[in-house]
Design a protein around this ligand. Structure first.
Ligand code: ADP
Ligand code: MG
Length: 258
């Protein structure tokens, strides 16, 4: 019943001979929210990208809903890989909307082209999702006319349209002006409250404290510690965690004073 949605075992990944991820073990259980933190370059994005097959790890295994995406460094063949990928929604820092499609079309294109849904069904689904992210009035707008926060909420709706089992967020608010961060975090919080399983890379420590079940701290391609937010933020075991949290606090204090 409580089978992990994502299970990583001994995951290892190199880029041109450089070790980026070292024997990562991690389980994401149904409805859990895992927040991944750590310094720039520590491998957070690579970790997420391996979980939906955007990067190929050459060591270890990845299971998505008990199905093997990667076994001892061997990826599933493309056909099966694409199917498994649909179960893993991803939202990037840079929105990545299709600029030539309307908001509604951005959301319907996946269900129609990949899942074979009919136009009417896909549009009903898209309108329901737009309402969920507070953007019903933008269905016919083009992405270029939206604010960053609105674009990111469309990107979330687009990912949800594929009915994923888990959502991966890679610094979804890092490219936003500070006044637009809240509306995106609000949507993510609502998703978490509905029971969506999520893995979130973010520097928003307030979000992590409030929403995360588990905070995972990465450094130099390793998980250095993990635990509930109370433990990681109040009483971290590792000096590396302390200095990272201190650096984030200092940066946040400076940016709010600016
Ligand atoms: P983070 O998201 O924690 O900042 P990344 O996963 O983006 O870290 O990167 C981890 C390390 O892997 C960095 O040293 C980065 O330069 C390297 N890296 C990431 N992607 C590539 C790539 N496509 N080719 C070569 N090196 C990469
Ligand atoms: Mg990154």
């Amino acid at each position: 019943m409580n089978q992990p949605i994502i299970k990583l075992s001994g995951l290892g990944k190199s880029f041109s001979g450089n070790r980026i991820l070292h024997s990562i073990d991690l389980e994401v259980l149904p409805s859990q929210v895992i927040v991944v933190i750590g310094p720039s370059g520590s491998g957070k994005s690579t970790l997420l990208r391996c979980c939906n097959g955007l990067e190929v790890a050459e060591e270890g295994s990845i299971e998505i809903c008990a199905r093997k995406l990667l076994t001892n460094g061997n990826m599933l063949p493309d056909h099966d890989l694409n199917h498994l990928r649909e179960q893993v929604g991803m939202v990037f820092q840079s929105f990545n909307l299709f600029p030539h499609l309307s908001v509604l079309e951005n959301i319907t294109v996946g269900p129609r082209k990949i899942q074979g849904m009919d136009k009417q069904g896909a549009e009903e689904l898209a309108r329901a999702l737009l309402s969920k992210v507070g953007l019903s009035h933008k269905a016919d707008s083009m992405p270029a006319t939206l604010s960053g926060g609105q674009k990111q909420r469309v990107a979330i709706a687009r990912a949800l349209a594929m009915k994923p089992k888990v959502m991966l967020f890679d610094e979804p608010t890092s490219a936003l002006d500070p006044e637009l961060v809240g509306e995106v975090l609000q949507v993510m919080k609502a998703l978490a409250n509905e029971g969506m399983t999520m893995m979130v890379v973010t520097h928003e420590m307030g979000f992590a404290r409030e929403v995360a079940d588990i905070v995972v701290v990465m450094d130099h391609g390793r998980i250095v510690e993990s635990g509930p937010p109370d433990k990681i933020f109040v009483n971290p075991r590792e000096e590396r965690t302390r200095s990272f949290l201190q650096a984030v606090l200092t940066r946040n204090a400076q940016s709010s004073a600016a």
